[in-house]
Design a protein around this ligand. Structure first.
Ligand SMILES: Cc1cc2nc3c(=O)[nH]c(=O)nc-3n(C[C@H](O)[C@H](O)[C@H](O)COP(=O)(O)O)c2cc1C
Length: 198
């Protein structure tokens, strides 16, 4: 899966842009964010990528290792780019720019915030302002104790109403692994479900 054609076929998506799709790739504070750099590299093989990271995720991401052409946006940028009324607001601009948003990894905390409609940082403001005619993928990643907490399924059910698609594949180390094939399967189901909410 190295060309934009194969990814579009795999995901069954119809991108409005003739060139590369624009993917907003966001990381929250799961230890799985140590894989964020490699995820950025994989996506940038076929997409135009912009990255968003929560404050906690920055403990796991080595910013210097990210591909040089990928801009990483943080909460500080949200406020440093806005000075006065009339200035562009970063979370709105990113929401408009992106064709797809992928939150990988999605921490228990950010999952709960999204499910509750909270928007106290750049990532959750983008999600709160998201245009739900565009896909939003999430890859929850947490310790099994957190995963098995009843709040997890409750929150996932809630965000499913927002047309989010989530997937979790357990590996040996219980780390998330992106799986576009599974995502496609769930996406098809999701598109059918979404008709009920439109
Ligand atoms: C070393 C370490 C590893 C963590 N791993 C996870 C994890 O895998 N999944 C998770 O949901 N939270 C994990 N946490 C907790 C989150 O970092 C914490 O809830 C944080 O507030 C998440 O912030 P965010 O959702 O704004 O990124 C971990 C915390 C630490 C200190």
């Amino acid at each position: 899966m190295t060309t934009s054609e194969s990814v579009q076929e795999t995901l069954g998506l119809d991108f409005p842009h003739p060139s590369k799709p624009r993917v907003l790739l966001a990381a929250s504070g799961s230890v799985a964010a140590i894989k964020f750099e490699s995820l950025c590299r994989s996506f940038s093989e076929w997409a135009e990528v912009r990255a968003v990271a929560t404050k906690a995720s920055l403990h796991f991401i080595d910013r210097t290792s990210l591909p040089s052409d990928i801009i990483l946006h943080t909460d500080d940028d949200e406020w440093s780019t806005w000075k006065k009324i009339g200035d562009e607001v970063l979370h709105i601009e990113l929401r408009k720019w992106a064709d797809i948003m992928v939150i990988a990894p999605l921490s228990a905390n950010t999952l709960a915030k999204i499910a509750g409609g909270l928007c106290d940082n750049l990532l959750t403001c983008i999600v709160r302002a998201w245009d739900y005619s565009k896909p939003l993928f999430v890859a929850p990643a947490m310790n099994t104790f957190m995963w098995n907490n009843p709040f997890t399924s409750r929150h996932l059910e809630t965000i499913n109403l927002l047309a989010c698609v989530y997937w979790k594949e357990q590996t040996e180390n219980d780390m998330w692994q992106a799986s576009p094939v599974n995502a496609k399967k769930k996406m098809v189901t999701k598109q059918e479900d979404n008709a009920k909410f439109r």
